[in-house]
Design a protein around this ligand. Structure first.
Ligand SMILES: C[S@@+](CC[C@H](N)C(=O)[O-])C[C@H]1O[C@@H](n2cnc3c(N)ncnc32)[C@H](O)[C@@H]1O
Length: 645
């Protein structure tokens, strides 16, 4: 990653006598110096005075009419520099003021500025946060008006907010500002043109607050010169806490917007701030993990899950599977260990159920060769996809010395004459059982050698965690189809925040199966900090053999395993929960009419301590909120158990 990918912006001091034409030159000068954007107030001090005079005059008359700005009142003219200019809406207005005349005055100034911003072609405006928090709904109403007024010109409106309220003793609600933002964007129904400009602070910010903001549409990180420290070589640097914030935000690449440089110590070159930010962001990008880098273009893309049983996978999909060397290495270890444990047998029958293009067959072949067990191992590959069978046959001739017996069939109707010692499969989806591994493997259990029989994987477990993911909610909502919230998706979750520290286990399938294929599970999460839940992220872990495990669970994710993105179960209505909520998630894996489906619902509870007559105090559990049942009986989405011929 080169420094040109890092976006650093600046809010320069505009000289009071400077004309809009001079400012155009000034802005171009900044972009030539390496800044990608320049923040400039739409109107100047002169307009402020002029508007205020009109306001004073209106006190003696019945109607208030703020004049529209003239050529001398604006800071920006149209021109090539507009593309890199961000407009700052007047911060001296009070849109939500309780005095109707002040609110109306503010509204008129705002409308003049918006009209002009549209005219010159600004694409990004920053607006100051509400000053009176008791009148938040009025502010939200105005934001809605702004979004409507700018809808055709597709202007992004970014509300500037401090990352956290001042952390004072006894009065700390680190998520107070987030709560305010949550209320505004809920009022405007998650409009995707409403963004945030977050102002970093001098002090350190709790990580849970940073992660919460990460899931929100942050377009800029505002960085005053006062949040920088000056190191002993005289260069500006960030505190460890702010460096950490930039590292966390590296995946979002927000604009880093410097301001207040005029107040920086005189010994420090202004360009030093930009150079430092470019240096640190390039360094952060060098630490992207393999999984971060893999499929970056898939971040937050909602994909329908594959159904390899019902449909036939194509060559490209198989080739992507075969890139995951970690998966095959771990399967290889499990197969090696199982073969070692069965080495006393004179004949070992091995079946690969769902062999695809032969990734696992290759694993088995190599291990048998390495262990010099060719004479006692008989390998059978079963596959229902006729095109994949052709690939298997070709590879058998070219790579495996025609030693593999290939059977083109649905494994559920396969009836071998002999029993098998090792049955290997990889029929796992992002949620474990969602590609119908239990249904496919159950009929094979009768052919597993009772005394010396091993399934690989031996068992797999599905896991869940509630998540806040405003971006995914907004995406699904924009489809205008409520059924979209009743389907499940595969998604490389990116701009999201988990609502608790750990994913919970839902259910486990072990082979040979000891339980029913239908599952019902209620799992409880403790949510400590208030949040809005938009959906559930699903993961799986599989015990291949003994202690050889593959897992996509966030806290134990197998390093560099890339085959599976998480599962996502959305909620039709975001669920706001307060601090210390107990959340119950109910999930069903059901079957009907040759289809398997998941349905899910959530309920929230709070505990109240109430005085009691016979005891000192009593704890009462109160239901505070809940959702509808999603995808009841698979009405919107189900996994087909049939094979398309
Ligand atoms: C996820 S792919 C894994 C392919 C291969 N084992 C690998 O790891 O590279 C699952 C394969 O199982 C096959 N399959 C799924 N259900 C099957 C069934 N009932 N009978 C036979 N093959 C099946 C699919 O066609 C697909 O090729």
């Amino acid at each position: 990653m080169s420094s040109s990918h890092t976006r650093v912006g600046v809010k320069p001091v505009i000289p009071s006598k400077s004309s809009a034409r001079d400012n155009g030159e000034l802005i171009l000068g900044y972009t030539q110096a390496g800044y990608s954007n320049v923040l400039v107030s739409i109107t100047n001090l002169q307009y402020r005075e002029k508007s205020k005079r009109a306001f004073q005059l209106s006190k003696n008359s019945s109607s208030l009419k703020v004049p529209s700005p003239s050529a001398q009142d604006v800071n920006i003219y149209s021109g090539p520099h507009v593309e890199s200019t961000i407009g700052l809406i007047a911060s001296w207005i009070e849109l939500e003021h309780e005095n109707d005349s002040i609110a109306e005055f503010s509204r008129q100034v705002l409308m003049h500025e918006l009209e002009y911003a549209k005219f010159v072609g600004l694409k990004h405006l920053i607006i100051a946060p509400p000053k009176d928090l008791l009148r938040l709904s009025q502010f939200s109403n105005i934001i809605q008006d702004i979004l409507q007024f700018t809808s055709e010109s597709l202007i992004t409106i970014s509300v500037s907010l401090p990352i956290c309220e001042e952390l004072q003793e006894n009065s700390i609600d680190p998520l107070g500002t987030w709560d305010m933002w949550n209320s505004i964007r809920t009022s405007v129904d998650y409009n995707d043109r409403l963004k945030l400009s977050l102002a970093l602070a001098k002090g350190s910010i709790p990580l849970e607050v940073v992660y919460r903001w990460y899931s929100e549409p942050v377009s800029c990180l505002l960085m005053s010169s006062s949040v920088f420290l000056i190191n002993n070589k005289g260069y500006p640097v960030l505190s460890k806490s702010n460096q950490r914030i930039l590292e966390i935000f590296k995946g979002k690449s927000p604009l880093l917007l410097l301001h207040g440089l005029e107040k920086a110590p005189q010994t420090v070159e202004h360009s030093g701030y930009m150079q430092y930010l470019k240096y640190i962001t390039v360094k952060n990008h060098q630490t992207l993990s393999k999984i971060d880098e893999f499929g970056m273009s898939h971040n937050d893309v909602l994909l329908p899950p594959l159904q390899p049983l019902h449909q036939n996978l194509d060559n490209f999909t198989y080739s992507v599977f075969e890139c995951d060397t970690v998966k095959y290495d771990l399967y290889g270890k499990a197969i090696f260990s199982a073969l070692n444990d069965l080495s006393q047998l004179t004949k070992i029958n091995i079946a690969i159920a769902g062999a695809g293009k032969g990734g696992l067959v290759d694993c088995v072949f190599n291990i048998i060769t390495k262990l010099e067990m060719q004479t006692k191992c008989v390998v059978t590959a079963i596959e229902k996809n006729s095109s994949a069978v052709i690939s298997l046959e070709q590879r058998n001739i070219m790579n495996w010395g025609s030693s593999i017996q290939i059977i083109h069939t649905d494994m559920r109707s396969w009836a071998p004459k002999e029993s098998y010692n090792i049955i290997i499969s990889e029929l796992l989806g992002s949620f474990g059982c969602n590609e119908l591994s239990p249904e496919c493997l159950k009929p094979l259990e009768q052919y597993l050698d009772r005394e010396h029989g091993i399934f690989i994987p031996q068992e797999y477990t599905s896991h869940l965690i509630p998540v806040s993911s405003p971006k995914l909610y907004a995406k699904l909502q924009s489809l205008g189809n409520p059924d979209a919230f009743h389907k499940q998706y595969v998604c490389k979750l990116h701009e999201y925040s988990p609502c608790c520290h750990k994913a919970n286990d839902l259910w486990t399938f072990s082979h040979p199966l000891k339980t029913d294929l239908t599952k019902r599970s209620i799992t409880t999460f403790r949510i400590h900090a208030k949040t809005t839940i938009h959906g559930l992220a699903g993961y799986f872990s599989a015990r291949l053999y003994k202690d050889i495990i593959i897992s996509t669970k966030p806290d134990e994710h197998t390093q560099d395993l890339i085959s599976w993105f998480p599962f996502y179960f959305p909620l039709e209505m975001p669920l706001y929960v307060t601090d210390d909520t107990e959340l119950e998630v109910s999930m069903i894996r059901g079957h009907s009419g040759g289809r398997t489906w998941y349905s899910w619902s959530l309920e929230c509870f709070m505990y109240l301590i109430v005085p009691s007559e016979d005891r000192e105090e009593l704890q009462v559990r109160i239901r505070t909120n809940g959702t509808k049942i999603h995808n009841h009986k698979g009405r919107a989405y189900a996994i087909e158990e049939s094979i398309i011929s």
